[in-house]
Design a protein around this ligand. Sequence first.
Ligand SMILES: [Zn+2]
Length: 251
Amino acid sequence: MNKYGIIGLIILIAIVIGGVAYYMSIQQTKTVVSTTTTTFTSTSPVASTTTTTSGLTPVEIEAIKYMAEEEKLALDVYSKLAEIYPNVPVFANIAKSETTHVKAVLNLAEKYGIPINLGAPGQFNNTHIQELYNQLIKEGSKGLEEALKVGALIEETDIKDLQDWVAKVQYEDIKQVFECLMMGSRNHLRAFVSTLEKMFNTTYTPQVISQQEYEQIINSPMETGPNNICSSLGIDLGTNVTVTPKGGSTK
Ligand SMILES: [Zn+2]
């Protein structure tokens, strides 16, 4: 073999080696891609198993999910009404209290690994709560007296729903949070009703709870909670809500 033959052979070997290397790299890429795909598809069921709860019944999970949105309903409605009626501090004050109520329910959700994604203000996952929000905002926009009645109605609804959930829930810590929220709602109801009386001389008629239960709440003083359990849970009971309007404006 002459000089040119040897060079030719070297080039040929280089081409063959290069080809083989290229082929192998393609195969390797394919393997990587297919592995990634397999890994990706198998992660979704794994991810959902890690977010399922330990020990809670479906009713308890539903209770936490529902109450998170119902407390958010109160927060969002009062925040909106506070914008519409800025001279009446009762809405902004109670909205502040509701922020702690939403947080308390979200803390329960986190503790038990229940995934909850609350929507933007005025946005709800539960269609019933969404309809309620739309209706309450429409009603509350008509005037201050209507807005205060909307407040009382929300608190009545809260009390009734919390009572129903407490009866179905087994876990003591969930019950405790719900009892504190209920106490907060009774205080808020007292605040809305007394504002209605002071400003409009209106006697509110309960629509959700019984007249007897309503009177029992209205005729008893603001509740501060037993041994500060509620405050240790971060729940504001709304006891220091200012009911007197600034400058008496009724807009
Ligand atoms: Zn509340």
